[in-house]
Design a protein around this ligand. Structure first.
Ligand code: PAF
Length: 282
């Protein structure tokens, strides 16, 4: 397992593999890898000859008051995890390698990014689309793997690939949870013991919503209200949003008459966490 820091080195390794007729899977990450990322690496390892993991805290997708500086980093830990799960290469560039002086081209998206997290994180998806496009151009994978926990990101990337005719198969992998239900996230490390307990309110609300859908509830407002009540009952929690949207357009829908995404974002103290379910997965 190699760690490469420059675009040139990565390109030359990929060229070598392509000469041998090997397929390549990409798992884009911001590092501080956990079992959620491991499941993406496992999926790529199964379906491709070679697996590249990009490990880059992308400054462009953080707003000015967000957690870019404090975002956790541990490349030695990441390298062990990638190797243990059959990854072949980590691309770990410095910000200056990805964004040279005078960088001024961006990939942006309208409609899908103007809902859910796009409302409270206005520059986020422009940063994600731009960096993912760059990673796709550098690595040119056959397939790329994204977690369903970032459901809007997954929909945005699928849409970008379709709109811009990128010849890459996008694969969404299931949310991985802690034993008590909390969705795995690098940001869970920000929580103190009390907040960690309070954070269970996210999965509690999600499981309640899932059950209501399974029981046949079709009205978005009814489901949302019950989920909001669950979140409001936890003093350390403050809901950013609880919404039900069309799972491809990300636009709110009043009833579950098509495949939908139920998504929530909740502040636990200063930490903003997200969780969701797709009705199609129930
Ligand atoms: O999901 C993430 O960790 C990031 O948004 C991604 C896709 C690696 C782009 O920086």
């Amino acid at each position: 397992m190699k760690i490469l820091k420059t675009i040139e080195e990565v390109r030359s390794q990929i060229k070598e593999w392509r000469k041998q007729g090997l397929t390549v899977g990409l798992v884009p990450t911001m590092g501080y890898l956990h079992e959620g990322h491991a499941s993406l690496i496992d999926a790529s390892h199964k379906e491709n000859d070679k697996t590249v993991v990009s490990d880059f805290v992308n400054p462009m997708q953080f707003g000015p008051s967000e957690d870019l500086e404090s975002y956790p980093r541990d490349i030695a830990h990441d390298a062990k995890l990638v190797e243990a799960h059959g990854g072949d290469l980590i691309f770990h560039p410095e910000p200056a390698e990805m964004y040279h002086e005078g960088f001024s081209s961006f990939v942006d998206m309208t409609v899908l990014t103007q809902e859910l997290c796009g409302l409270s994180r206005p520059v986020h998806f422009r940063g994600v689309c731009t960096v993912v496009t760059k990673l796709f151009n550098i690595i040119q994978p056959d397939r790329a793997y994204f977690g369903k926990k970032d459901a809007q990101q997954l929909a945005v990337i699928q849409h970008m690939v379709d709109d811009l005719n990128m010849n890459i198969e996008i694969i969404g992998c299931p949310i991985v949870r802690e034993e008590d239900g909390l969705a795995k996230s690098s940001r869970n490390t920000y929580l103190n013991a009390e907040e960690r307990k309070a954070a269970l309110v996210l999965s509690k609300a999600i499981f309640l919503g899932m059950q209501m859908v399974k029981d046949g509830e079709k009205e978005s407002a009814v489901i949302i209200q019950k989920m909001q009540e669950t979140i409001a009952a936890e003093p350390l929690a403050k809901a950013d949003y609880v919404k039900i949207v069309d799972c491809t357009t990300m636009q709110q829908i009043p009833s579950l008459d098509r495949p939908a995404l139920c998504a929530i974002a909740v502040y636990i103290g200063k930490t903003r966490l997200i969780d969701n379910f797709f009705t199609e997965d129930l």
